[in-house]
Design a protein around this ligand. Structure first.
Ligand code: SF4
Ligand code: SF4
Length: 410
């Protein structure tokens, strides 16, 4: 599959991917947008039928088509449920790329926002950090509190008013790019592993403390950590929003920054990013200069939770407060996108003497996030009115029941 700007993304997709769906409907109960609307066109099966019609030339990628593709949350729950192994992630990305190629949803306001966010802000770490620093000053000087309390926000456009409460708190420090730990764990008998850490884009501004914790935990488990300076956003924002060429450009920059030949693993702590990064090989399959490195990269990408389980992490020393409760939230892109399911069970075993709290409404967490960030007003409205059923799928019984040790403490 090779895409130049003028090609039809769905027509050029391997036809075996387009025709995988056998219309059984087993994915329907898992799909949040179908659950919220009960419309076939808002289900995985319905969307795939629309994509196939476009690929077959029976349907144009119209505004209605684009709306359905952007109504999809990209949670990939349908992939897990599908007995036919439909590659929905691939289909969905190509459908959005086609929507953007033909400009089905184009209008001046949308174009401007996309240009600012995807082409300008998230395409350069330097620009992102500049904006992050300005936001940090705005928050630290108390201007944000003043704007909120004074009612000034009432003068702002409706969309900005809805988004403003969601503006993240920027950390005092960014992730230390260029960091390289020479740390050797003297207690570790195992060979020192070399890992690279991707700092992310938004995470670099708002969760740099989590990035620092990630580095620390890796070091404590005998890893030599590299945080290469030239890295950029992983490109998932671009890939998931139909900007295929920009996603490729960012992937190339990351491949230039990380020496995949010497690293044992590329570590990421954001599931959506990891899900995209695992497909750099597919993204760059028409680029002979990068394909070999992209394949190695895709093989070596690991979510932090998965990697720690893989290398056999050591339990933190010291006693935890007996009132401390643990939980584990399985992100949709970790479970459905990256197919990583072992970490939860492994953690529950290693920490079985702790009190566990079952994270309720797992799908609800996804829905809540999407409700707050989705550009689709229909979805936001439905979630706000509680029309979306967000009850979680029943988890394994051990997960809901406290262990005997935990019971005795409570
Ligand atoms: S990715 Fe999620 S929202 Fe989209 S069709 Fe699949 S299950 Fe539905
Ligand atoms: S479960 Fe798979 S094969 Fe069945 S309708 Fe859904 S996408 Fe198609």
């Amino acid at each position: 599959m090779s895409h130049s700007v003028s090609e039809n993304f769905l027509k050029d997709l391997d036809y075996s991917v387009v025709q995988q769906c056998m219309h059984c409907g087993m994915c329907l109960p898992t799909c949040p947008t179908y659950d919220a609307t009960k419309r076939e066109s808002a289900s995985p099966r319905g969307r795939i039928a629309l994509m196939r019609a476009v690929a077959d030339g029976k349907l144009e990628a119209t505004k209605a088509f684009g709306d359905e593709m952007y109504f999809c949350l990209g949670c990939l729950a349908c992939e897990t449920a599908c007995p036919a192994g439909v590659d929905y992630a691939n289909l969905f990305e190509m459908a959005r790329a086609e929507t953007e190629r033909v400009g089905a949803l184009a209008n001046p306001k949308r174009n401007l926002i996309r240009k600012f966010l995807l082409r300008w802000l998230f395409f350069s770490r330097a620009r992102l950090r500049l904006v992050g620093r300005l936001l940090w000053i705005y928050q630290k000087l108390g201007l944000q509190t003043f704007v909120r309390k004074s009612g000034l926000m009432r003068l702002a456009p409706k969309q900005l008013r809805e988004l403003e409460p969601l503006s993240p708190t920027v950390c005092n420090h960014f992730t230390p790019l260029g960091y390289h730990s020479e740390f050797r764990n003297p207690q570790s008998a195992i060979r020192n592993r070399r890992v690279g850490v991707l700092a992310g884009c938004v995470a670099d501004l708002t969760f740099s403390d989590v990035n620092m914790d990630t580095i620390f935990v890796l070091e404590q488990n005998g890893c030599e950590v590299f945080v290469p300076a030239g890295q950029e956003c992983c490109g998932s924002l671009h890939g998931h929003n139909g900007e295929w060429e920009m996603a490729k450009a960012l992937a190339r920059k990351n491949l230039d920054a990380f020496d995949v030949h010497v690293l044992d693993a590329i570590i990421i702590n954001a599931a959506g990013c990891g899900s995209h990064m695992r497909h750099y090989d597919r993204l760059l399959e028409d680029d002979p200069a990068y394909l070999e490195r992209a394949k190695l990269w895709s093989e070596k990408v690991r979510d932090i939770s998965e990697y720690l389980v893989e290398i056999g992490f050591r339990k933190p020393a010291g006693k935890m407060n007996s009132k401390t409760r643990l939980t584990y939230h399985e992100a949709c892109h970790l479970v459905h996108g990256q197919k990583s399911r072992s970490s939860r069970g492994h953690c529950s075993q290693r920490f079985r003497d702790m009190r566990w709290w079952n994270c309720p409404r797992q799908r609800g967490v996804v829905a809540a996030r999407e409700f707050t960030t989705s550009p689709n007003p229909r979805w936001r409205r439905n979630c706000r009115r509680g029309k979306s059923s967000t009850s979680p799928p029943p988890g394994p019984s051990w997960w809901r029941r406290p262990t005997p040790a935990a019971s005795s403490r409570s």
